[in-house]
Design a protein around this ligand. Structure first.
Ligand code: MG
Ligand code: ZN
Length: 381
């Protein structure tokens, strides 16, 4: 008899919770609650077409700065249960500890992925002894591939800088800008114009880029007329996702259009830079909207990869940020109730999603440096 009474009571308890008012979990903090206004459809791409080639001619690497599994799942929930990144067929985990610290910064995290070696926090493309290392982008360039970078931060910021510059300290932005002139990168799009044009040494690197043959512009609306392009979409960093609209997906499309003209192939790095800033600010809406924004840029890459058949796409992060935990939510309503545990990065492993020729190599648990090794092998560099 007791048992018979208990079952309906238990059911009542659970249904009260599952249909409860999610707002009651908010703890009066709007920045830890999110409800979507709309979902975007996640289209089914033809996986066989994307993986058709026996070898990857092109690599498109997406780095969601500060994007751990909680950030991904929060975005997935906010989009009604689906994302492009989680639809990629192969997945693994990357261990992000740096050469100097249990918790990495974006300099050491970016450098590990870009150059294949762990280094100290704040390092940019240099090893533990500040000796410059060759990045995957530079290797690709040497082998005649086209190269590009797209970021929503300043292009001189730690993550893109790790692929291009060599500096003992990520804060040396004006020195890092100079390194852009030492390479032959074909296209870069991001903020950071001031590091090129309003400098302490009075040099105008925009003019110097133009002299080197670059089309230098400050808007994505300008049509591309040269083989080399530098687009500065902001004097500093770009505004957050809701204000910059579709800058990242549009920039990704522009970069792919230009780079894919090279028959030898290309390497492109796309950064969702500001997921991390949402984490530092413990701002759940920003974390989610920035992650969704990068997911839309990924859709652009998948569209290309489906037609191309020789493109390896990787989506990962340099580290987690905010110690985000998801306490409640609704996949049907796109509601996320979360709590951050820190204003800084954490050491938790981050996801790696991959699709295309060579993508199966990205399954398992490995060091962040191994992403460099796998990309190098995939491109035959
Ligand atoms: Mg970054
Ligand atoms: Zn950060």
């Amino acid at each position: 008899m007791m048992k018979l009474l208990l079952i309906p009571l238990i059911l009542l308890y659970f249904s009260a919770f599952s249909q409860g008012d999610y707002k009651s979990f908010v703890n009066d903090k709007d920045n830890e609650y999110y409800q979507s206004q709309s979902f975007y459809p996640v289209k089914d791409f033809n996986i066989e077409a994307i993986c058709k080639g026996t070898k990857a001619k092109n690599v498109i690497l997406f780095i969601g700065d500060g994007m751990g599994t909680s950030q991904v799942y929060a975005a997935l929930t906010a989009n009604g249960g689906s994302l492009y990144m989680t639809s990629l067929k192969f997945s693994g985990f990357s261990k992000t500890n740096s050469g100097s610290d249990y918790v990495t910064d974006s300099g050491a995290g970016g450098t590990a992925i870009a150059c294949g070696k762990k280094t100290y926090n704040y390092a940019i493309g240099v090893d533990m002894d500040t000796v410059p290392m060759v990045s995957i982008l530079e290797l690709a360039e040497k082998k005649g591939l086209s190269t590009g970078m797209v970021a929503t931060a300043a292009i001189t910021h730690a993550t893109p800088a790790s692929f291009m510059a060599h500096n003992r300290d990520r804060n040396n932005y004006e020195e890092i800008a100079l390194d852009f002139l030492k390479t032959d990168i074909d296209i870069f799009i991001g903020g950071g114009r001031d590091h090129f044009a309003s400098r302490k040494d009075k040099r105008n690197l925009l003019d110097e880029l133009a002299k080197k043959g670059y089309q230098v512009c400050d808007s994505l609306n300008t049509s591309i007329s040269k083989d080399k392009v530098a687009v500065f979409t902001a004097s500093g960093h770009n505004p957050e996702a809701k204000y910059r609209k579709n800058m990242l997906p549009i920039a990704t499309q522009k970069a792919i259009d230009l780079l894919s003209k090279n028959k030898n192939g290309f390497f492109l790095m796309v950064e969702g830079s500001q997921i991390d800033w949402g984490g530092h600010d413990n701002d759940l809406p920003q974390v989610i909207e920035e992650t969704l924004d990068m997911d839309k840029a990924l859709a652009v890459a998948l569209e290309f990869a489906e037609k191309n058949g020789e493109t390896l796409i990787i989506v990962t992060a340099d580290h987690e940020c905010g110690g985000l935990s998801l306490k409640n939510g609704s996949l049907e309503k796109g509601i996320v109730v979360a709590e951050f545990s820190t204003l800084d990065h954490t050491s938790v492993m981050v996801p790696v999603f991959a699709i295309g020729p060579g993508a199966e190599k990205f399954t398992g648990v490995y060091e962040n440096t191994s992403i460099f090794d796998k990309m190098k092998v995939a491109l035959g560099l």
